[in-house]
Design a protein around this ligand. Structure first.
Ligand SMILES: *[C@@H]1O[C@H](CO)[C@@H](O)[C@H](O)[C@H]1NC(C)=O
Ligand SMILES: *[C@@H]1O[C@H](CO)[C@@H](O)[C@H](O)[C@H]1NC(C)=O
Ligand SMILES: *[C@@H]1O[C@H](CO)[C@@H](O)[C@H](O)[C@H]1NC(C)=O
Ligand SMILES: *[C@@H]1O[C@H](CO)[C@@H](O)[C@H](O)[C@H]1NC(C)=O
Ligand SMILES: *[C@@H]1O[C@H](CO)[C@@H](O)[C@H](O)[C@H]1NC(C)=O
Ligand SMILES: *[C@@H]1O[C@H](CO)[C@@H](O)[C@H](O)[C@H]1NC(C)=O
Length: 770
């Protein structure tokens, strides 16, 4: 077992001559280990699975070429690589992997859940003990150590690293000797009765033709390996790339995790809760205190759980109710309670029918918009929407039913954790504010921008903020505004409306329709349209607001200050934005008309089916490096959404993602993402860690992954073996469960599941103390 796990761990150690002189012994020990494993596996595994031991063994010996998944398929005599999901659910691996999923489901009542948590803790304690016990058994210890999933506290890891050095060497040496051979393992879940034994199977000494345990991966791989010359990177565009932080100490295996002590507590967002930086701001007049101010050194501590945290309620139930204790913000309830936003009902927070605007249901409001402006055609012409000042994102939550994706924004606010509510409900949202910088999206990507009582002062300062929306909106796209100035007759509202009409006229936005009050929700909506040509711009008597300089790149959006100018509408048919995309869903598959032939390579399939993940219990997904959004496209028929992240130092393909009718955001993974802790069910990290760890502390990046991910959530990582090994060690020390670990040649694949574990030691982040 240890062969696979440690084969590249010791790369930092100087390969001394004594190392070489032990080669013979080492090979011998390696063979012993294989022997031991073969003996043990013939009984360990069957105890787990209740399979016939003889057949088990026979399969292992027979199928030299097959990967683990194939192996487990064989055990159940199932055809391999069935496309139908139903069949996949039945196969062995799926069962193994789903045991733990069921364990994590928040189905049981409160008491049961608390109990479960306790059991979980004791289980870990127990496996620690077991670990120590096995440590004294000499050669066998490696086998058991690695089998002991999630049972390795940092304490234990330390101990091991001393006593096991020789064995590790033997492992790595052995693996090297074998050259081309692959090492693959799967981990089933601990079965309650004998929870320290784990079905841990390894097909060492096998040369595999499968790079990864699924067929449809070459496509995704192709997407990953995309030629770099085709696109400039976001960093280059923004010209703001800072060289961050010292590089990580990848050699250290003794990860000592601590709990972050900050004023924000369980809601800590490092870049938004940097109290020190906020205190030192010269002014807050443009909401600077809600903008990102990342700490110089990203934190490596883990964010605490709120007291009484439970595994979140699953979509679609979560749209209407969530656990109050997961987002215990009573102030918002008091503040908004009278407006029918949300209520506390027992252990739940409930959302009766929508946000402030939607007294009688968001769907009615959505259909009302469609009636007022039929061109909108929800889910066909209009697919990707920006909702500014989203409340609890009910608009976005209900637009899912119309096949529309809504990127909802709201600032992080002391008493209105709106974005947190949205994410807990399973509705996409990010913490962001219209302040002094561009929003982290490329130009001309949103089909519609919506703002319902968003209290953004659009009309002031030359319409600076509205001009930012103009940058984001597609030519021909709509701005939907249903704030009080549209329908109330108070002096202030009337004044704002007048200013708004002037401002939009100067920007050549056409007022398409201003409805009267909608009878049910009692709001009216004004709809504006961005022009599709540049004629109007030239014909204005005053060039105010001015057109942007030709040199101003509308796609530059990472830490770029807002400009009071408008970009020309692209007219060249080869340019993106000159034509409206295909209707959804044709849009997803069609290779965008403005792509150069060297840039095509839009993919549709991915390797998801081989992972053994129950996708119907997954809702909030993030692709940490999305390229063309192939991962999201492959999941389009699932009841989930994918936040496609384009790291700023990778080729800027985010416009393509939007063109396909998917959505995403720019981000620098050396900093914290603008989201609350525990907001995603699944992260996909395809060759991102190896890159990012060159620029900044890998431990901090993993701590950020831990922050974003919900307990019970999963991380799928693919990278070079060195990085994957380092990552695996790290997440193990955080008591995550390794569900699949696979490597072949220089490529590694890892699927791990976060647990409820939190460290006890505390680290106080002085900059995050108010
Ligand atoms: C991946 O790329 C290679 C060459 O770059 C090509 O031969 C192969 O057909 C591609 N695979 C897929 C599935 O597109
Ligand atoms: C990608 O960029 C790197 C560094 O600039 C270069 O060495 C490499 O050859 C490029 N690859 C391709 C396929 O253009
Ligand atoms: C790396 O390790 C050395 C010694 O162990 C330590 O002094 C240094 O601060 C570490 N660097 C980082 C970035 O953690
Ligand atoms: C957290 O930090 C505050 C402020 O420095 C301190 O008073 C408090 O004792 C710390 N809490 C823990 C548990 O260390
Ligand atoms: C504007 O919206 C109202 C309300 O839905 C609708 O009755 C009217 O026909 C629309 N006007 C135009 C010009 O589309
Ligand atoms: C997958 O999850 C859904 C929703 O939680 C559940 O109803 C279903 O039974 C699960 N399927 C399997 C095969 O575990």
């Amino acid at each position: 077992m240890a062969l696979g796990r440690y084969n590249r761990v010791d790369n930092n150690n100087n390969k001394s001559s004594s190392y070489c002189s032990t080669v013979t012994i080492v090979i011998f020990m390696g063979l012993c280990l294989v022997g031991i494993w073969m003996i043990t596996s013939s009984w360990v595994v069957p105890v787990q699975n209740g399979d016939d031991p003889a057949e088990e063994k026979k399969n292992q010996l027979k199928d030299q070429v097959e990967t683990v998944i194939v192996d487990s398929n064989d055990r159940d005599n199932k055809p391999q690589f069935e496309d139908k999901r139903n069949d996949l659910h039945k196969d062995g691996l799926e069962k193994d992997l789903d045991v733990s999923l069921d364990k994590y489901k928040g189905k049981a009542n409160l008491a049961a859940e608390e109990n479960q948590e306790k059991t979980e803790e004791t289980k870990w304690d127990k496996s620690k003990k077991d670990n120590q016990q096995f440590n004294s058994v000499g050669g066998e210890k490696n086998v058991y150590n690695s089998e002991n999933l999630g049972g390795q506290g940092s304490e234990n890891a330390e101990k091991k690293s001393d006593s096991n050095k020789d064995d590790k060497k033997s492992g790595s040496e052995n693996a090297e000797k074998k050259g081309d051979e692959s090492t693959s393992r799967t981990y089933g879940d601990k079965v309650d009765k004998n929870d320290d034994k784990v079905s841990d199977k390894r097909s060492a000494d096998q040369s595999s033709n499968e790079v990864f345990p699924s067929v449809a991966q070459s496509e995704l791989l192709n997407e990953t390996m995309i030629h770099n010359g085709s696109f400039t990177t976001q960093a280059a565009e923004s010209n703001k790339e800072k060289n961050a932080q010292s590089s990580s100490n990848s050699s250290s295996k003794d990860y000592i995790w601590k709990l972050c002590n900050s004023t924000a507590g369980p809601d800590f967002i490092p870049c938004l809760d940097n109290c020190e930086a906020i205190r030192n701001l010269p002014t807050n007049i443009h909401y600077e205190h809600r903008e990102r101010h990342c700490p110089e050194v990203p934190p490596t501590c883990l964010v605490p759980l709120p007291e009484g945290y439970k595994f979140p309620i699953e979509w679609p139930k979560s749209r209407d109710k969530i656990w109050y204790k997961n987002v215990p913000h009573s102030k918002l309830v008091e503040f908004k309670g009278g407006q029918n936003w949300l209520k506390i009902t027992g252990d739940y927070l409930t959302f009766p029918g929508g946000g402030t605007q939607f007294r009688r249901g968001a769907l009615h409001y959505i259909d009302f918009i469609q009636k007022a402006v039929p061109d909108i055609a929800w889910g066909k012409r209009s697919r990707v929407i920006l909702d500014v000042g989203c409340g609890v994102a009910s608009f976005g939550g209900y637009l899912f039913e119309r096949n529309v994706l809504v990127m909802s924004l709201a600032p992080k606010d002391e008493h209105e954790a709106q974005v947190q509510f949205a994410l807990e409900r399973g509705i996409p949202a990010v913490s962001a504010v219209m302040g002094t910088k561009r929003l982290p999206y490329p130009g001309t990507v949103f089909d519609i921008i919506h703002c319902a009582r968003c209290r953004v002062p659009w009309h002031i300062e030359g319409g600076k903020l509205l001009l930012e929306l103009n940058r984001l909106l597609r030519p021909g796209g709509f701005f939907l505004w249903s704030a009080t100035p549209v329908y109330q007759l108070k002096a202030q509202d009337v004044e704002i409306w007048k200013a708004m009409i002037e401002q939009t006229k100067a920007m050549c936005w056409e007022l398409v329709n201003k409805t009267s009050k909608e009878p049910i929700n009692k709001v009216a909506i004004a709809t504006f349209r961005k022009p599709t040509s540049n004629e109007c711009y030239k014909q204005r008597s005053q060039q105010e607001p001015p057109l942007c300089l030709e040199s101003d790149d509308p796609n530059a959006a990472w830490n770029v200050p807002l400009q009071t100018c408008m970009h020309k509408v692209p007219l060249d048919p080869s340019e993106r934005g000159s034509k409206w995309p295909e209707e959804w869903p044709a849009r997803l598959e069609k290779s965008p008309y403005w792509l150069l032939s060297s840039q095509v390579g839009v993919v549709t399939k991915s390797y998801m089916q081989g992972m053994g993940i129950n996708w119907s219990s997954v809702r909030n997904v993030m692709d940490m490096k999305a390229v063309y959004g192939g991962f999201a496209a492959a999941l389009k028929d699932m009841n989930l959404w994918v936040m496609n992240v384009i790291p700023v130092d990778f080729p800027d393909t985010l416009p393509i993602i939007y063109e396909r009718g998917l959505f995403g955001i720019y981000h620098d993974w050396c900093e914290s993402f603008s989201t609350y802790p525990r907001s995603y069910d699944l992260l996909h990290a395809d060759h991102i860690f190896s890159r990012v760890k060159k620029r900044c502390n890998f431990v901090a990046v993993v701590a950020e992954v831990d922050r974003i991910l919900r307990p019970g959530g999963k991380l799928i990582a693919r990278d070079d073996v060195e990085t994957i090994t380092e990552l695996e060690n790290m997440v193990r020390s955080m008591h995550w469960e390794v569900r699949l670990s696979y490597s072949k040649d220089k490529e590694g694949l890892l699927c791990v599941q976060k647990s409820m574990w939190r460290p006890t030691e505390v680290e106080t982040l002085t900059y995050a103390i108010a």
